[in-house]
Design a protein. Sequence first.
Length: 317
Amino acid sequence: MELSFAPMEGITYSGYRRIHAEIFPGADRYYAPFIAPDSTGRFKAGNLRDVLPENNEGIKLVPQLLCNAAEPFLAVARELEDLGYEEVNFNIGCPSGTVVAKHKGAGMLGDRRQLDDCLADIFSRCPLRVSVKTRLGLHSADEFPAILEVYRKYPLSRLIVHVRDRDGMYKSKPDVEAFAAALSCPFPVEYNGNTFTPADLAALRERYPNLNAAMLGRGAVTNPALFRELRGGTALTAGELENFHDRLVEEYLASGLAPNFTVSRMKELWFYQLCMFPGSERAGKAILKSRTLPDYRAAVSALFRNVELDPDAGFYK
Ligand SMILES: Cc1cc2nc3c(=O)[nH]c(=O)nc-3n(C[C@H](O)[C@H](O)[C@H](O)COP(=O)(O)O)c2cc1C
């Protein structure tokens, strides 16, 4: 089964992806966190650095765009084509209030006519293959069949379905049943939502024997060895996690990220990874409270010395 690493803004940037792929191979592809161009197609220099091929050696990367109009989408797609990319992913699922208020991300699901017009314009002119990452609806999964009718009109290279509506954010119960409607689409379909363990994946495969692709987000950020485990490999060890951690810190500092920003970036990760250290309340608090790099390093070292890793202990949901 194809397994991809979900885009995770604030976490899965190029340094993370490269080191993850090196230490924990097993993801068939990585999606970059979204690039959000302005109405003229301009976007942040950091977004460009994140997708430069030299910063993504050894991994298959699909850049992602968050916008709601063809012109900026196509302007960035052309730049990505110049960099050698063949596919771009369209984010039609971001649930953030500010994004939805601008009718972007999952906000595009509220007006299917506008969604249709936007896709028609993009698909008639985009030099790259376009895949879509969607939700089931804005307010309800009942919207999904009508949304699929729109997608079916276009030659999507892939449809990734996060099985919640926008209102469910990242918390509501994944609507695995509603996903079934996507499986009759004429393009490859990928499941996304709460695949945290080999048992989760097995249940999904049992329910949908013809499904051949799934995307992992929080599960893989919590347990970086999840791809290996889902493919029948061994469980994560504390030594591997510590090595992964140290390599990330080194990478962020070497890339020029200031020590305090490196600490912040790493704390985003601990928000998830601490779930694998039952009984780590004190040690975890010390990590999340630390501000300077020396304090942070001391707190992480104390966690690894004093608390046992249990990769099956749970996932941040
Ligand atoms: C912190 C965070 C950042 C995310 N950033 C993005 C993003 O940049 N683009 C995107 O399409 N989805 C983004 N997502 C959604 C994930 O890609 C994924 O769809 C979601 O976490 C559900 O999958 P999971 O249950 O495997 O985590 C983000 C989710 C989280 C929690």
